[in-house]
Design a protein around this ligand. Sequence first.
Ligand code: IPD
Ligand code: CA
Ligand code: CA
Length: 262
Amino acid sequence: MIRSPLITVMVQAVRKAGRALVRDFGEVENLQVSLKGPANFVSSADRKAEDTLFAELSRARPGYGFTMEERGRVEGTDPANEWVVDPLDGTTNFLHGIPLFAISLALVRNGVPFAGVIFNPVSDELYVAEKGQGAYLNDRRLRVAARRKLSDSVVGCGIPHLGRGDHAKFQKELALVQSQVAGVRRTGAAALDLAWVAAGRFDGFWERDLSPWDMAAGVILIREAGGYVSDLDGGDQSLDKGHIIAGNEVIREDLIKLLKKA
Ligand code: IPD
Ligand code: CA
Ligand code: CA
C-alpha cells in the first residue's frame, strides 16, 4: 500500500464517509418494502457523504479546490490542485439494495489525475493509486489483465438509461462488441468498472456520457496498474469529452477500432 501523506488524507476521508454510507445502505435495504421507497433517503445519504468528504479534505488541504457531483465547483486558492469527487457512484444500485457502489476521489494536479482512491465500503475494497507509486487493492499491487485477444476478454460497459445518451448508437456498439468477446458486463458504477480494469477483472471497458468525477480516480488507477486509458478517439481528453475506453495496450486499441465501426 502507498503510505504517502496525501494518500493517508484521502483514505481517511473516504473511510469516514464510507462508514456512514454502509449504515445508510442497511436502512435502504429495510426501506425497499415501503411504498414511498428510499429515494429521498438515498439523496440525503449522498449529500451527507459529500459533506464529510468536503469537510475532511478542506481541513487537511485548505487551499485545494473541488469539483463535486452535488456541490459543483468550489474554487481554491491553489490553482494547481483540485479534488474531483463522486460521493456515491452507483446510486441506482444503492437505491435498489445492490451492494455495488463506491466513493470515488481523485486529486487532479495541473489538469491531470495525480492520485485516486475508489472505495466500496460494503466489500471493504479500497483501491489506491498515486503517480509513480503503483496501484493497489487493499495491500495487493495491481496489474491490468494480460489477455491479448478480444475473444478471451470480458469487457465492461455503461448502458445509457431512460432519458440519457444515444440508445441507438449504444445498441450498435454493443452488437459489435458482443460478437467478438467472451463476455460483456454492466455493474452500474463506472468508478468500480475502472477499478476492475486496474485489478485485471475486466479486460476492457468503455462508456459515454460520463462526468469527470466518474472517471478521474479510475484513470490514475489504470495507468498505475500498467493499463491504457483514453477517450474514444484515442486521445487524452476523457474528462473533458465525457467518454472513456480502457484496457491493456492491445485490448484498448482493438476495442477503439471495433467501436469506430458502429
Ligand atoms: C453513474 C454510474 C453508472 C453510469 C452512469 C453514472 P451515479 O453514476 O457511474 O455506472 O453508467 O452514467 O452517472 O449517478 O451513480 O453517481
Ligand atoms: Ca457517478
Ligand atoms: Ca454520484
